[in-house]
Design a protein around this ligand. Structure first.
Ligand SMILES: [Zn+2]
Length: 481
């Protein structure tokens, strides 16, 4: 019998642990969202896709998941941009939250259940800071800032597995007059003239970033919840600081499992050849189909670092096109399939699904899970050549849709995917569709006149433009390779 439990790598223990939610079949998950001052880049895409799949998978495994992801809509960078553009912070945040939502929709990232904004929770933040001050874990400076006193909280460093001295050396921050310890972090910042400000016991000011997330997560998920996630760059100081405040105030763990996705690095030179230094999601999706980006991210384990380059994206594209071509063949064979039962093939399908689940149960190993889908598709291509059963084809499509739905992949009609992908390939290589179609028409004319050498010459010209032709009974099809 298969082991039915999900195993998750917990940054807190640096080990894989059996996943046991607080309430048997409910899961609360909080992921740190964006600071809305600019367009989202590839790093945001990776984190969003990774946690989208984790949520999808937990739901697939029968958990009732509440997924919260915040927007930071008050921050130094937002204030700076607002003042530069003569706008309010709300206008800046609104613009980039809308852009974020559009990017996520294109990447097929499902919307979280709750998407709180920091400025809607200021009163709760003030209350939490007051409690930390009352407990002696935070102090006010003469200027009206409030800092968390890291050396008053004995567990500081437990998430990043470092002690205060090591961190102090690593952080290279000089103690200032205002801060008692160089690693003390701001909970409340007094506002300068003209900056957005809220009334507080310490005068007019605004909350620090690290306080936002615990207030919002606890508001929706309770004092202790199951999973807290984010990019690995958030482990220190952001998540460390969240833990210090939350546990400092309640003596209860903030979250049971801490999950962090690895970095995505852009291989500058290769990428820049055709893409410039394009790394915003919005711009990259002009040139690459969203599903290619999603596939590229998920074909590595979420904790591994990944390098994105034109070559690695092209490889992901080749794999996906192979998948959709196979799906096209399956659909085409539906009308030709026989009506026999084929228990052996149906059992093979069940085995693929159970291997897929095993891989996902093992710390959401999408890389292995995708491998099983492709192994199956490859084998199924051969099966289609041997008088296939209609029932098996239907079941295969269902199974692939089921696994694909967990990954947010493989859901499109093949024609739609291949067409949208070709449009982007034309844009990427700056190819002129009109010219291509004209050359194909000329070639067809040459062929009808039996002018084979001219037809061949045109094929070569097209080939040098990356265009591959396929002559079918209904006409000439072309693709960009
Ligand atoms: Zn956060």
């Amino acid at each position: 019998m298969r082991d039915m439990s999900i195993v998750i790598y917990n940054t807190l223990s640096k080990k894989k642990e059996v996943f046991e939610p607080i309430n048997t079949n409910r899961v609360g998950i909080y992921v740190c969202g964006i600071t809305a001052y600019d367009y989202c880049h590839l790093g945001h895409a990776r984190s969003a896709i990774v946690f989208d799949v984790i949520v999808r998978y937990l739901r697939y495994r029968g958990f009732k998941v509440t997924f919260v992801k915040n927007f930071t809509d008050i921050d130094d960078k937002i204030i700076a941009r607002a003042s530069r553009e003569g706008k309010t912070i709300y206008e800046i945040a609104h613009r980039f939250i809308e852009a974020h939502d559009r990017d996520m929709e294109h990447l097929r990232v499902l919307p979280p259940d709750f998407t709180p904004r920091a400025t809607d929770h200021i009163n709760d933040m003030i209350e939490l800071i007051s409690r930390l001050v009352a407990r002696g874990l935070a102090y006010e400076t003469p200027e009206g800032d409030v800092y968390f006193a890291v050396n008053k909280y004995p567990n500081y460093g437990k998430l990043s597995h470092r002690n205060l001295e090591e961190m102090e050396a690593g952080a290279r921050v000089e103690p200032t007059k205002r801060k008692r310890h160089p690693l003390d972090f701001a909970l409340w910042k007094c506002s300068k003239e003209g900056e957005p400000a809220w009334e507080s016991p310490w005068g007019k000011g605004r909350p620090g970033w690290h306080t936002e997330c615990i207030v919002m997560s606890r508001h929706f998920l309770g004092e202790t919840f199951d999973i807290h996630g984010g990019g690995e760059d958030l482990i220190f100081p952001h998540h460390e600081n969240e833990i210090a405040q939350a546990e400092g105030v309640s003596n209860k763990p903030l979250a049971r499992y801490w999950l962090h996705n690895g970095f995505i690095r852009v291989s500058g030179e290769k990428m820049s050849k055709s893409l410039g230094n394009v790394t915003t999601i919005k711009d990259i999706l002009e040139l690459w189909h969203p599903e290619i980006i999603r596939f590229f991210v998920l074909q590595s384990h979420y904790r591994s670092p990944i390098d994105i380059s034109e070559v690695s994206l092209s490889e992901a594209r080749t794999a996906l096109r192979r998948f959709y071509t196979a799906k096209q063949a399956m659909l085409a064979h539906l009308s030709k399939g026989n009506n026999e039962e084929d228990p052996e093939m149906l059992a093979a399908l069940e085995r693929t699904k159970s291997k897929f689940i095993d891989a996902m149960d093992d710390d959401f190993n999408t890389a292995r899970a995708i491998g099983y889908v492709f192994d199956f598709v490859r084998a199924f291509n051969n099966y289609l050549l041997r008088n296939p059963s209609k029932k098996v084809i239907i079941k295969a499509i269902e199974t692939i849709n089921e696994m694909g739905n967990v990954l947010g992949l493989f859901q499109e009609e093949p024609q739609t995917f291949l067409g949208a992908d070709r449009e982007r390939a034309l844009r990427r290589y700056e190819l002129d569709r009109g010219l291509i179609e004209q050359l194909i028409a000329e070639r067809n004319e040459a062929r009808s006149e039996k002018n084979w050498s001219r037809a061949d010459e045109i094929r070569k010209i097209l080939s040098s433009m990356r265009i591959t032709l396929k002559d079918t009974p209904t006409g000439t099809e072309w693709s960009v390779d």
